[in-house]
Design a protein around this ligand. Structure first.
Ligand code: G4P
Length: 190
């Protein structure tokens, strides 16, 4: 997606050979116009896949997921990292290992929001090692829910996530695919 690649070049900052900071439009301050364009792009790609719900993980997946939800006209479910006192329904739970933080965390979705007739689109802000998406897939498996595809805003193609998810038969649509972050420069795939 040209608009997104241009924005990454303009406002992204390469923090190291593995990390891109995009706090000014995606992870901290959010650009609603860009999120709207991103939502429309995901919708155009996935509109014929019979998607009934979108799932994402808090926090930075929420903005792109909600805009995609507007265009696809489906509800958006946010997997929670912290279970609040109002989450009294039975939960589907998965453990996620974060390579970045080198810790495990748990994600939970209330079982009331998914059923076996659903066909789900997973949306997230970054694809690095694919662990977050794998956790969401595990929850869908527990609920007998089909995962129809995965939409990613920024994929770091030099990490293992895409290969891991493709091995599981997943179709992944990433709006920006980063080949490398060497010498402070962002190089895109293709
Ligand atoms: P994985 O799910 O693909 O295995 O990713 P990993 O554990 O490595 O990433 C953990 C967190 O770091 C995720 O956010 C992920 O989106 C984010 N992340 C990974 N690589 C980058 C990067 O290069 N730049 C930025 N800005 N973020 C990156 P999180 O901790 O769940 O945070 P949030 O969603 O609450 O913002």
């Amino acid at each position: 997606m040209k608009l997104l690649e241009e924005r990454i070049i303009k406002d992204g900052r390469v923090l190291s050979e593995g990390v891109l900071k995009v706090d000014s439009f995606l992870n901290h301050q959010i650009d609603p116009q860009l999120m709207q364009a991103i939502g429309e792009e995901f919708s155009n790609y996935f509109k014929n896949k019979g998607i009934t719900k979108i799932i994402t993980i808090e926090a930075s997946g929420i903005a792109p997921a909600v805009f995609a939800g507007i265009y696809l006209d489906v509800p958006v479910i946010v997997a929670k990292k912290n279970v609040g006192i109002t989450m009294t329904d039975e939960l589907a739970v998965a453990d996620v290992y974060s390579f970045t933080k080198q810790t495990n965390y748990t994600i939970s979705i209330s079982k009331t929001f998914l059923n076996e007739t659903d066909s789900v689109l997973i949306i997230d802000d970054f694809l690095a090692n694919g662990q977050a998406a794998l956790g969401l897939m595990e929850i869908c498996e527990q609920m007998d829910v089909l995962v129809a595809g995965i939409g990613i805003v920024i994929e770091k193609s030099f990490q293992t996530g895409r290969a891991l998810l493709e091995e599981k038969g997943m179709e992944i649509y990433s709006l920006a695919r980063i080949k490398s972050l060497i010498d402070g420069e962002v190089e895109f795939v293709g």
